[in-house]
Design a protein around this ligand. Structure first.
Ligand SMILES: [Zn+2]
Ligand SMILES: [Zn+2]
Length: 316
C-alpha cells in the first residue's frame, strides 16, 4: 500500500536549549508566530551537515534567556486539549508573573498575537498596580500601561509611599513628584496657564462670574468663552484653603490671549449674576485647567514616543 504523509499533521520537531534544559516542540508554531525564528530556520546547515534544532544533540541554543520564562511561553504556544476544553474560556492556567514571562519573550521575538494576548490578560484579569504599570510598561514597551500609570501617579489624589517611589526608581520618582508639585518647578513661573473667563468664581454669589468687557489693550469685546492666561508665578495657591485645581489670582494680572497684554485696566468688574462688584485688585478663585497631561508629555514624551512605536509595530 502506498502511503502519504498527512498534509495537516506531519510536524517537524524543533529542539531548543535554554540554560541547561532541552525542549522539543513542533517547529511550525515558532515559524508562524515569529519572523525572527522564521528567518533563523532559513539559515544553511553547518559545515558538518548538522542543521541546528533538528536533533537533541544539536539544539538551537537560546542564550541569555531563562528557562522559566521559556516554559511559560511554550504553555501558551502549545496548549493541551484538556486546557482548551475545560470551561467556557481556554485557560492557560498561568499566574500573573508567568504572563509577564510570556510578555517578555513575545516582545523580544516579535510574536504579535501572543504579546497582544498577554497584555490583554494582564490588563483585564490581573491586578496591576500603578507602579507595575509604569515599570512593566517601560520594560516591555507597553505604551498604554506606561501612560496610564504615569497619569494616575501625577494626580495628587493618588497616594505614594516611600516604597512606591523606590520601586519606580529615583529618577522616575523625582520626575513624577516634580509634576505633582507646581511649587517645585523653577520654570513654571514663566508657564502661561490658560483658562476661560467663565472659570473665575464670583466672591459674592460663588457661581461662575459672568463678566464681559473690552480688553483694555486691544479693545476686543471679551466674554465667557474667551481664553485668557496668567503666568504661573502669579498664581497664589496658599493662604485661604482653595479646592483641588483652584487658585487665587489677582484679577488685574489676567492677560488677554489675543494681544497678550493685561486685559483689565479698570478698577472693578461687575458680576452679571448678582451685580456684585469684583475689584481688579482682589484675588477671586479661578478654576485652573488640568495641565498634568501636558506636563507628562513634556517630561516623559520621548519615552512615550518610543513605546508607542514598538506598540504600533507589534500591534498593541
Ligand atoms: Zn456674583
Ligand atoms: Zn487684548
Amino acid at each position: 500500500m502506498a502511503v502519504n504523509v498527512s498534509a495537516e499533521f506531519f510536524w517537524q520537531t524543533l529542539f531548543l536549549q535554554v540554560e541547561d534544559e532541552i525542549f522539543c516542540v513542533p517547529r511550525c508554531e515558532f515559524e508562524e508566530s515569529s519572523e525572527i525564528f522564521a528567518d533563523m530556520f532559513t539559515l544553511p546547515a553547518g559545515a558538518n551537515g548538522n542543521v541546528e534544532g533538528e536533533s537533541q544533540d544539536h539544539p538551537i541554543i537560546l542564550e541569555g534567556y531563562r528557562k522559566e520564562d521559556f516554559r511559560c511561553l511554550l504553555r501558551v504556544m502549545y496548549p493541551r486539549a484538556s486546557q482548551l476544553l475545560s470551561g467556557d474560556q481556554p485557560s492557560f492556567n498561568l499566574e500573573k508573573t508567568e504572563w509577564i514571562s510570556v510578555l517578555r519573550l513575545s516582545t523580544i521575538w516579535g510574536m504579535k498575537k501572543i504579546r497582544s494576548h498577554a497584555i490583554h490578560v494582564l490588563s483585564n484579569n490581573m491586578q496591576l498596580s500603578l507602579i507595575e504599570k509604569v515599570n512593566l510598561g517601560r520594560e516591555h514597551k507597553v505604551e498604554k500601561w506606561f501612560v496610564e500609570g504615569i497619569l494616575d501617579l501625577v494626580d495628587r489624589k493618588s497616594t505614594l509611599s516611600l516604597t512606591d517611589l523606590a520601586d519606580l526608581g529615583w529618577e522616575t520618582a523625582a520626575r513624577i513628584l516634580w509634576i505633582r508639585d507646581p511649587d517645585s518647578r523653577p520654570g513654571s513661573g514663566k508657564l502661561a496657564v490658560p483658562f476661560k473667563l467663565s472659570s473665575i468664581k464670583c466672591p459674592h454669589c460663588v457661581k461662575s462670574a459672568i463678566l464681559s468687557w473690552r480688553c483694555s489693550h486691544c479693545q476686543t469685546m471679551l466674554s465667557g468663552e474667551h481664553e485668557f492666561f496668567v503666568l504661573g508665578k502669579q498664581i497664589m495657591n496658599g493662604g485661604r484653603k482653595v479646592g483641588p485645581r483652584e487658585a487665587r489670582v489677582q484679577l488685574s494680572l489676567v492677560k488677554c490671549n489675543l494681544c497678550k497684554q493685561s486685559a483689565i485696566a479698570q478698577r472693578a468688574l461687575s458680576c452679571q449674576t448678582c451685580n456684585g462688584s469684583i475689584q481688579a485688585s482682589s484675588q477671586p478663585v479661578f478654576q485652573m485647567p488640568d495641565l498634568s497631561e501636558e506636563m507628562v508629555n513634556e517630561v516623559f514624551g520621548d519615552e512615550i514616543k518610543e513605546y508607542k512605536l514598538v506598540s504600533t509595530s507589534l500591534g498593541m
